[in-house]
Design a protein around this ligand. Structure first.
Ligand code: COA
Length: 337
């Protein structure tokens, strides 16, 4: 049983005032993976579009990636970290099971009066965070919000499993939300959906209460990503296509009104299938998965920041963000920039 809906707009409109992203320096190429698992650059590139990914250093955790992306978004927004009132970090690779990674970020960036918590909605997490922050700011409960998608997936991947290890990477992206000013941009609509009946298709089975990692024992199931790739692929295409259609309709627009689509960056074939079904111009789809692989909750956030900083988004443009991930979860948002 799945559920999906278009939350109504908050009382006051909300805009994205700044974006930021951070990628670890270390690049791991497909060729490098050829040395450790039975795969090839040709297989990975042709099946996924991924050419390389970034890998965080030992001692560099999800919170560190998140904080660096946050600093860059705050700088662009012209908002001091000390003024931030709400921090939501979307992640499935937290520094620790508790406290939330957002609590570490609060300290690292010095947003000492912010309420801070995490959202676990996998690759849809950044858009889930955006929607709840939009309502918190748009209702006047908080004057601003910092939303971050951040992952150190390299810490939760079985590097001997060619089915998964070639797909994922580390990184973080962030955005600052403020009330929309006269004539400025705003978030127009959002769609969120969940289908817990498909939870088994993509999960990290070990390390939680169902399969704890207790002192002196190895968990029966490992704390690494497990995925039924072909099934996930089909669900991803259908759910993202529908979320795109629903989000655009909720904004009172048609696909012809959209200037740029920023999709979740999991697989180029998934993106191509969606764009074809939407009958949208492929040149107006932002793609960076060739450089970073799938960075889950960080992917849409990093792509949004890169599109913004590369000048791919101009004031007044309407952009569609759309994502899909474990849960299963899916989400879209239409933004007037
Ligand atoms: N290198 C070489 N061969 C590989 C491989 C790798 N890295 N990974 C899998 N294979 C093999 C499989 O073992 C299989 O071999 P077999 O036919 O002998 O059994 C063969 O390639 C085909 O596997 P299949 O699963 O059919 O490939 P695919 O075309 O579906 O591509 C994925 C696999 C994972 C790339 C694709 O299913 C996918 O992208 N799924 C969605 C993943 C995703 O986006 N997850 C996150 C969602 S947010």
């Amino acid at each position: 049983m799945s559920s999906s809906g278009n939350p109504s707009a908050p009382p006051y409109p909300v805009r994205i005032a700044g974006t930021g992203s951070y990628l670890p320096e270390r690049i791991m190429t497909n060729r490098e993976l050829e040395e450790s698992v039975d795969t090839s650059d040709e297989w990975i590139t042709s099946r996924t579009g991924i050419r390389e990914r970034r890998i965080a250093k030992d001692g560099e955790f999800t919170s560190h990636l998140a904080s660096e992306a946050a600093r860059r978004a705050l700088e662009q927004a012209g908002v001091a970290a000390a003024e931030i009132e709400l921090i939501i970090v979307a992640t499935i690779t937290p520094d620790t099971l508790t406290p939330a990674t957002a609590c570490y970020v609060q300290q690292q960036i010095g947003s000492l009066k912010a309420v801070a918590f995490d959202v676990s909605a996998a690759c849809s997490g950044f858009l889930y965070a955006m929607e709840f922050a939009r309502h918190a700011v748009g209702a006047g409960a908080f004057r601003n919000a910092l939303i971050i998608g951040a992952e150190k997936l390299s810490a939760f991947v079985d590097w001997n499993d060619r089915n998964t290890c070639v797909l994922f990477g580390d990184g973080a992206g962030a955005a600052v939300l403020l009330p929309s000013t006269n004539g400025g941009g705003k978030i127009l609509s959002s769609t969120l959906g969940t289908d817990g009946a498909q939870a088994e298709l993509l999960n990290i089975p070990g390390g939680g209460s169902a399969c704890p990692a207790l002192p002196g024992t190895a968990p029966v199931k490992p704390a690494v990503l497990s995925m039924q790739g072909r099934e996930v692929f089909k669900h991803a295409v259908n759910a993202m296509r529908q979320a795109a259609i629903d989000g655009i309709a909720a904004a009172g627009l048609t696909i012809a009104d959209i200037d740029l689509i920023i999709p979740h960056q999991a697989n180029l074939r998934i993106i191509d299938a969606i764009v074809e079904r939407l009958d949208f111009d492929r040149d107006n789809v932002f793609i960076n998965l060739d450089k970073y692989g799938n960075t889950s909750a960080a992917a849409v956030a990093i792509a949004l920041d890169e599109a913004n900083r590369q000048g791919r988004i101009k004031p007044g443009d309407r952009i569609l963000l759309v994502a899909f991930g474990a849960g299963l979860t899916w989400a879209s948002a239409v933004i007037e920039w």
